[in-house]
Design a binder for this molecule. Structure first.
Ligand SMILES: Cc1cc2nc3c(=O)[nH]c(=O)nc-3n(C[C@H](O)[C@H](O)[C@H](O)COP(=O)(O)OP(=O)(O)OC[C@H]3O[C@@H](n4cnc5c(N)ncnc54)[C@H](O)[C@@H]3O)c2cc1C
Length: 352
């Protein structure tokens, strides 16, 4: 597989132009191009009157060695790095022991998924409710001021950011390509495929709910188990070795392999861990602030006359169902009596 970088095309290029440019750059006939995929697509908006897409492509060709030799002076043609995810272990078929994961936010979800894909059949314990039931509780606080301390915006399946618009900007430096595995799993679970290559991917509010459910189904299909409303209140340790956990109900669950994926908000759990003498360390402090500008102002500053071009994500077009319909699982056709401030760019869809 070859990697082609810095392939620049105008904003409004025809889809066939990518292929034509590959053939030209590599000096090959169409019959020698087996396939290509977009690995990344950035935007070069330094000249707002001539905005360019900058592509990184993965290209499969016949006679790769010859093509590479012919292009050896071109710094933008290289062998593609291995970006695949490599499992570190596979469970022995005889293994009766199950790893236990506490928390089903992003950390617990991916720990569970990777362990399940590795054949370990993990047991995941989550203090909150399954994501759709949790949606009602979360909006119960936001709309009616009723707090459920165990099922809210922080606690429950999907974790703390489930009701955000799912911005995916982390792992800028990712030499082992772990972030790609995460994005690939998101796409399998229903995220738009373009998150794999656009420079500022986001998933979209409410779509996360269906994705979390699909990832849960995958874990279950691979033999994992998930128990909601199962708060871990204690960890049993003997001679420095974890022996099991105790739930709020008093139930004891034996395990020697425990992953705590409890997030930022479970202060009661941190206190318990600390009291148990388990080493615990504060994360380095980070602080962020948010300055809100109208999207149109930023788009005009970046893209000039192209400010409203749909390919630049500039026009707000947000697919979403109305909340009440989403909870009832029916398609939306109109806003409710309260007009949301984001109404102008919203079109209704049904998220499963
Ligand atoms: C409103 C909001 C919007 C956000 N938007 C974004 C965004 O767009 N993009 C982004 O990258 N990040 C976003 N974040 C940050 C992101 O959500 C967090 O970084 C992420 O959720 C941390 O994942 P985690 O799995 O470590 O912990 P959490 O998501 O906090 O999950 C921990 C889970 O553990 C469970 N738990 C805790 N204690 C116990 C216990 N004793 N027993 C059983 N279960 C327990 C909790 O119920 C919870 O479900 C947002 C956060 C918030 C609050």
């Amino acid at each position: 597989m070859l990697r082609l970088t810095e392939l620049k095309l105008p904003l409004e290029h025809a889809p066939g132009e990518i292929k034509a440019t590959i053939l030209k750059q590599l000096g090959i006939a169409e019959s020698d191009l087996v396939s290509f995929t977009i690995f990344r697509r950035g935007v070069d908006a330094r000249k707002s009157h001539a905005i360019l897409f900058v592509y990184t492509l993965e290209v499969e060709v016949r006679n790769e060695t010859n093509v590479l030799a012919r292009c050896k002076k071109n710094p933008h043609v290289k062998i593609a790095p291995d970006t695949g995810y490599h499992f570190v272990a596979q469970a022995a078929t005889s293994s009766a022991e199950r790893p236990v994961i506490v928390g089903l936010g992003p950390a617990g979800l991916f720990a569970g998924l990777i362990l399940a894909q590795s054949g370990f059949k993990p047991l995941i314990l989550e203090r909150g409710k399954a994501v759709r039931e949790r949606t009602k509780d979360t909006f119960g606080l936001w709309r009616q001021g009723v707090l459920n301390p165990e099922s809210n915006v922080q606690f429950g399946e999907g974790g703390a950011g489930t009701f955000s618009d799912g911005k995916l900007y982390s792992q800028v430096k990712d030499p082992k390509h772990y972030g790609r595995k995460v994005l690939q799993e998101f796409v399998k679970a229903g995220a738009p495929e373009e998150i794999l290559y656009v420079s500022h991917p986001h998933i979209g509010t409410f779509r996360l709910v269906g994705m979390v459910e699909k990832m849960r189904e995958t874990i279950l299909a691979l033999g994992g188990e998930i128990r909601f409303q199962s708060r871990v209140d204690d960890i049993e340790v003997e001679h420095g070795q974890v022996q099991g956990v105790v739930l709020a109900s008093g139930e004891h669950i034996p395990t020697r392999h425990l992953i705590l994926a409890v997030g930022h908000s479970a202060r009661d759990t941190f206190e318990m861990i600390h009291k148990r003498g388990i080493y615990i360390e504060a994360k380095p402090f980070s602080i962020g602030f948010r300055i809100e500008h109208p999207q149109s102002l930023i788009d005009r500053a970046r893209y000039g006359n192209h400010a409203e071009h749909p390919l630049l994500g500039a026009q707000l077009s947000s697919p979403r169902p109305a909340l009440g319909d989403f909870i009832q699982g029916k398609p939306s056709t109109a806003f409710g009596s309260v007009q949301p401030s984001y109404a102008p760019g919203v079109h209704f869809v049904r998220f499963e």
